[in-house]
Every structure is written in structure tokens, then in C-alpha cells.
Design a protein around this ligand. Structure first.
Ligand SMILES: Nc1ncnc2c1ncn2[C@@H]1O[C@H](COP(=O)(O)OP(=O)(O)OP(=O)(O)O)[C@@H](O)[C@H]1O
Ligand SMILES: [Mg+2]
Length: 236
């Protein structure tokens, strides 16, 4: 029996294919193209971890405003009533917290801000949405080196971290600089694929676990469904 403590993905059908979920303390990429449900999946994980497992979390929304993220969550049927352990911080909050000129290297200043927030909220789970938004805000002189250091800081914080990473629809690299995938302990890959339905072309969402250290899992991609009752994979 595997004794590692795990955090559920809370995607129906997926956790049992992951020995129960993601090992506590892991840094996991959620990679996929725009609209593949990266943010919603990350939100779903911390929402249920908080509601069902009593874990405290911080969602760092660099791309979307707090308001827009909450709007999307409401549209997907999540009620925020009593969810006091789920903290959302957006770029406007970050800028205020940084108190700088706006020209600083975000990647560097974020580390200190993150440590402060994590202490303040006493949280066990962190979501960074997205890595690419941080890249866009930073002037990385030596990206591979700075990313390496950033992951080191995350590892040192004793958290389970989900990092959202944008990738092109047909891309094969899970992060912009290629180092993200081997620095992370796990990769959840969201894909969009076009299929022909009669005369119409439609796009379907798929989810696969491309990597999860310390975990026996398959490498299959499953259709991913989401509605007001939650996330679910379709299994034959
Ligand atoms: N109530 C809903 N039920 C089902 N799907 C919804 C609902 N509301 C929004 N969606 C879907 O969620 C998608 C957006 O999901 P999400 O923001 O999680 O994707 P993302 O991968 O984070 O995208 P981006 O890269 O643009 O941030 C929308 O394109 C829409 O198809
Ligand atoms: Mg998103």
C-alpha cells in the first residue's frame, strides 16, 4: 500500500488512477492551451481540498482579476459562502504588496511576497496562474537559471504547488523554457482536440497525467467533462 499523503484532484475517475491524488509537497504543472480549463481545474482542486479536506490555500491569479476568477467559479457552480480558507490574490493586490515602481523583476520580488502571503494565510496549497504571465512581467536575463531558483524557493516553502503553464495546442513542451517540466514533480496535461461531428468540427477537452513522481499511473488521455456537478473523466 502506498502511504504517501495525497491531495485529490477531485476530478471524478482520475484520483483512483493516481493512487488517490497528488503527493503532498509536490510542485505540479497544469499545462495546456487557452480554454483547456487550466484555471478552472486548479480552482476545483483547491476548492475541494479546502471544503472536503480542510486545507488552506492561496490562489495567485496573475492573469485574471480576482473578480473574473470568482465569476468563472460561480458560473461553474462553486459557492464561495464560508470558503474563508481559500484566499485569492490578483495582480492588483500583488502590485500593492510589492509597492515598487512596476519596473522591478517580478520573478525576484515575487519570492518574498509569496513567502509573506503563505505565512499570513498559513496555507498548505499554492496555485500560481500563470507562469507565463509572470514571465511576461519579468525581464529574465538568464531564464533557465532564474526558473531553477524559483522552483527551489517553492520547494523550500513546504507547500503543494500547482503552476499553470500555457502551451500551444499542438505543442509538446509543457513550459516556455523547457526546464519547467523536469523541475516539476508532476505534470497534468490538458489538451484540446478537433473532432468531426457530422458536418461540424467540434473541439473536445482531454486530460492526461504526463508525469507524477512516486505514483503509478497510466499515460492515457481521457475526455474531460465539466458541469455544475463538477469535473469528470470519461472512462470506457
Ligand atoms: N458554466 C460553465 N460550464 C462549463 N464550461 C464553462 C462554464 N463557464 C465557462 N466554461 C468554459 O471554461 C472555459 C475557460 O476555462 P478556463 O478559464 O479554466 O481555461 P484556461 O485554460 O485557464 O484558459 P486561459 O489560458 O485563457 O486562462 C471557457 O472557454 C468555457 O468553455
Ligand atoms: Mg486560465
Amino acid at each position: 500500500m502506498n502511504e504517501v499523503a495525497r491531495i485529490g484532484t477531485h476530478v471524478k475517475g482520475l484520483d483512483e488512477r493516481l493512487e488517490g491524488g497528488i503527493p503532498v509537497g509536490f510542485t505540479v504543472l497544469i499545462s495546456g492551451p487557452s480554454g483547456s480549463l487550466k484555471s478552472s481545474l486548479a480552482f476545483n482542486m483547491i476548492y475541494h481540498s479546502s471544503k472536503d479536506q480542510g486545507l488552506k490555500s492561496l490562489y495567485l491569479s496573475v492573469e485574471q482579476s480576482r473578480e473574473s476568477l470568482l465569476k468563472q467559479a460561480t458560473s461553474l457552480g462553486y459557492s464561495m459562502e464560508g470558503m474563508n480558507d481559500l484566499n485569492i490574490v490578483d495582480l492588483a493586490n500583488l502590485r500593492q504588496e510589492a509597492g515598487g515602481t512596476g519596473r522591478e523583476n517580478w520573478f525576484t520580488s515575487l519570492k518574498d511576497i509569496l513567502i509573506r502571503y503563505v505565512e499570513e494565510f498559513d496555507c498548505q496549497i499554492l496555485v500560481i496562474d500563470s507562469l507565463d504571465a509572470l514571465y511576461a512581467l519579468s525581464n529574465l536575463e538568464n531564464p533557465r537559471n532564474e526558473i531553477f531558483n524559483f522552483f527551489e524557493v517553492l520547494r523550500g516553502m513546504n507547500l503543494t504547488t500547482f503552476i499553470v503553464s500555457e502551451m500551444p495546442r499542438e505543442g509538446s513542451s509543457f513550459g516556455k523554457y523547457g526546464v519547467e517540466e523536469f523541475l516539476s514533480d508532476g505534470i497534468i496535461h490538458l489538451r484540446l482536440r478537433e473532432i468531426e461531428v457530422g458536418k461540424t468540427t467540434s473541439v473536445r477537452r482531454y486530460i492526461g497525467v504526463a508525469k507524477m513522481r512516486s505514483t503509478k499511473h497510466d499515460l492515457d488521455y481521457y475526455p474531460l467533462l465539466v458541469d455544475k456537478s463538477g469535473f469528470e473523466i470519461l472512462v470506457d
